[in-house]
Design a protein around this ligand. Structure first.
Ligand code: MN
Ligand code: MN
Length: 470
């Protein structure tokens, strides 16, 4: 065996940038432009679900709830979506093969770490109005102070009307924020650990400082804020009880790097996989097997609740689809689920030259080396992971190479350094083939996360390939 043949035995993970023609590069940058627009606009699970629904309808998708009401039969080629409480979506393109042969599924989550307003958030202290928060998902609390924050969400009034609120995104809007101590008074704080330097209970958001005119009144600044909210949104203090108001970083997603090769945005975990999966899904026409894209809520707090992956939403939806296909039985639904194949997409950690010590360099993700496949996630001896089957991984390799997709494999950091969970293991409970896939980030769970545009492009290509071939 000569040296050249010998080198073919070694596996090299290449940079996607190296294979791009000028035409490819244009497509890479066009996709990132669309992605940046989406990320600038959609910062909550509701906003994502609403936007995805609106786009899907333009692509000919119909609401499953309407089809059920109309007793409308489904046939191959039909496009349909199911919406769970405006926070989770399941999109289907009906395949030519019977549903019980299994589906080809993409999955990702559309909730992201943030600060949620408490039920009774508004209070006044020393003539300043503040909002109490309870953080959602895993955050480093010290990262959320002294930065412009926006409010996104809904207030549902007692009569059922739902008021949409977005404050802090228009350049004429005010922004909110959480304060931090000046360095000159921080000697105690600076001696604490990073985990304790800023406490969760102290993540109170500043909301105002002008009092109402009545100098005899109590809580004059708070009252003024309530007056403003009432004028603008016709809400009262009690309406906060039935609200979902999320405090998120204010401002647009941006190109990142002097060469604009990356994207900086809030909420890329996991909207980066949701967006690319969704774009791939919109390109599906008349597939052999039924294609599905699942975009779910509540992953960051354990996939709980009616809109999280642990709920029966997806299973029930598959039953409804089988019924509209005129082919429902409990057994057929079970077969459809167990015979399915899934790319469960969530973000990976990209190698960061500033923090090399947490990574094992042969088994971590790198910017520009394409979509990441994780055979397993989990922590402390793979605990809590979906350990994908090598038979399935071999199939994925074949599909990716056939479509010239740049891909890499990774673990989340060194053994026993940490770890994480996704929705993969939940779908695997049905007995289907599932592997964790996704895009690598810097700054995961920080207010502003970073991703490579090449990886975004390769992920979309991978999803298209999987939907066509798996
Ligand atoms: Mn995630
Ligand atoms: Mn996460």
């Amino acid at each position: 065996m000569n040296d050249k043949q010998n080198s073919q035995l070694e596996k090299e993970y290449n940079l996607a940038w190296d294979k791009y023609t000028d035409e490819d590069l244009e497509k890479v940058f066009q996709l990132s432009e669309r992605y940046i627009e989406f990320m600038s606009k959609c910062k909550t699970e509701r906003e994502c679900a609403r936007e995805f629904k609106a786009i899907a309808e333009k692509f000919g998708y119909r609401d499953l709830a309407d089809l059920i009401k109309e007793h409308k039969a489904l046939k191959p080629g039909d496009k349909v979506y199911a919406d769970k409480m405006g926070k989770s979506l399941a999109l289907f393109v009906i395949g030519r093969e019977p549903l019980e042969n299994g589906m080809t599924i993409l999955g990702a989550h559309i909730d992201s770490p943030r600060l949620d307003l408490k039920q009774n958030p508004l209070y006044e202290d020393t003539d300043l109005a503040l909002l109490e928060t309870h953080y959602y998902g895993g955050i480093k609390k010290y990262q959320w102070v002294t930065m412009p924050l926006a409010v996104h969400g809904v207030v549902v009034k007692k009569d059922g009307t739902c008021v949409n609120i977005v404050i802090g995104e228009d350049e004429n809007d005010p922004v909110l924020g959480v304060s931090d101590l000046l360095i000159h008074l921080a000697s105690n704080q600076m001696s604490k650990t990073l985990a304790k330097g800023v406490e969760g209970e102290n993540l109170n958001v500043f909301a105002g400082s002008i009092p109402i005119k009545d100098t005899e009144a109590k809580n004059r600044v708070k009252q003024n804020i309530l007056r403003l909210l009432n004028e603008e949104y016709k809400i009262t203090e009690e309406d906060f009880v039935s609200a979902e108001l999320e405090i998120v970083p204010a401002g647009r997603a941006r190109h990142y790097g002097l060469d604009k090769s990356m994207v900086m945005a809030y909420g890329q975990d996991d909207r980066i996989c949701a967006y690319t999966s969704f774009e791939a899904m919109m390109e599906v026409k008349n597939p052999e097997k039924t294609c599905v894209t699942l975009l779910v809520d509540k992953e960051e707090i354990g996939s709980v609740g009616a809109t999280g992956m642990h709920s029966r939403f997806f299973e029930n939806t598959v039953a409804e689809i089988a019924n509209l296909l005129g082919d429902y039985s409990e057994l057929k639904v079970r077969r459809a689920l167990t015979n399915s194949k899934m790319l469960s997409s969530d973000v990976s950690a990209a190698f960061d030259p500033n923090y090399p010590e947490v990574m094992e360099k042969k088994n971590c993700a790198y910017f520009g080396k394409g979509i990441v496949f994780n055979k397993y996630s989990g922590s402390r001896g793979k605990s809590g992971s979906n350990d994908a089957n090598p038979e399935f991984i071999a199939e994925i390799r074949r599909i990716m190479d056939k479509y010239n997709v740049t891909w890499q494999t990774a673990e989340l950091g060194k053994v026993d350094q940490g770890g994480g969970g996704t929705i993969a293991y939940i779908l695997a409970n049905y007995g289907m083939e599932v592997i964790d896939a996704g895009i690598a980030l810097h700054n995961m769970h920080a207010p502003w996360e970073v991703a490579s545009k090449a990886d975004i492009y390769e992920a979309k290509k991978a999803y298209i390939a999987f939907l066509k071939e798996a």
